[in-house]
Design a protein around this ligand. Structure first.
Ligand code: ADP
Length: 191
């Protein structure tokens, strides 16, 4: 199962990711985590990533694309993976597609976890983290929308986009996701 997971901060992507990787026994490729680990290990990528992350800016596409494609070649990705935080730009999505076409292993689905903005604001305010002040939250949500919109269009055109109603309970959301993935893998069960 090869999945890309899109969703704004506060949508519950973390919770659903954990369930998905356990259920399908696939690795969780979260680029934010990969970069933080690279920074901890002080690798060449980690040193570059540190400054971008501290400034809240995206890394140059070429660096992140290279990092992800190298990761995708590792043996644990043979049975699939959950990509989280990548792609974030159109060039990243296009590079991913080129890589996947060459390796003959297309994505199964792109999940977009959707939650109304007023609910996101409430959820994030409840967490009380430093970067969870209302003004900062609003900025992050605007940033997410701007970044993600072209990707949503790109994957809609490909027929890969699956909107998920993230307003339901965690169990109900997970059930929804599993149904959608089942149907994608086994289209005859549609009837
Ligand atoms: P968030 O806290 O917004 O969910 P992540 O943990 O996914 O962020 O990523 C943290 C930081 O890592 C980002 O702010 C960015 O600097 C960098 N990063 C992660 N993924 C990407 C990507 N696909 N392209 C460019 N930069 C990225």
């Amino acid at each position: 199962m090869r999945i890309v997971f899109l969703g704004p901060p506060g949508a519950g992507k973390g919770t659903q990711s954990q369930r998905l990787i356990q259920h399908f026994r696939i690795p969780h490729l979260a680029t934010g985590d990969m970069l933080r680990e690279a920074t901890r290990q002080n690798t060449a990528v980690g040193r570059v990533a540190h400054d971008y992350m501290a400034a809240g800016r995206l890394l140059p596409d070429s660096i992140i694309i290279d990092l992800v494609c190298r990761r995708l070649k590792e043996p644990d990705c043979l049975n699939g993976y959950l990509l989280d935080g990548f792609p974030r730009t159109l060039p990243q999505a296009e590079a991913l597609d080129r890589f996947l076409t060459e390796s003959g292993s297309p994505l199964d689905a792109v999940l977009e976890l959707k939650v109304d903005e007023d609910v996101l604001l409430q959820r994030l305010a409840g967490r009380g983290r430093d970067d969870d002040r209302p003004e900062v939250i609003r900025q992050r949500l605007i940033g997410y929308r701007e970044q993600t919109k072209p990707l949503v269009e790109y994957y809609t055109t490909q027929g890969k986009l699956e909107p998920i109603d993230g307003m339901a309970t965690p169990d109900a959301v997970f059930e929804q996701i599993c149904d959608i993935l089942d149907r994608r893998r086994n289209p005859s069960s549609l009837t």
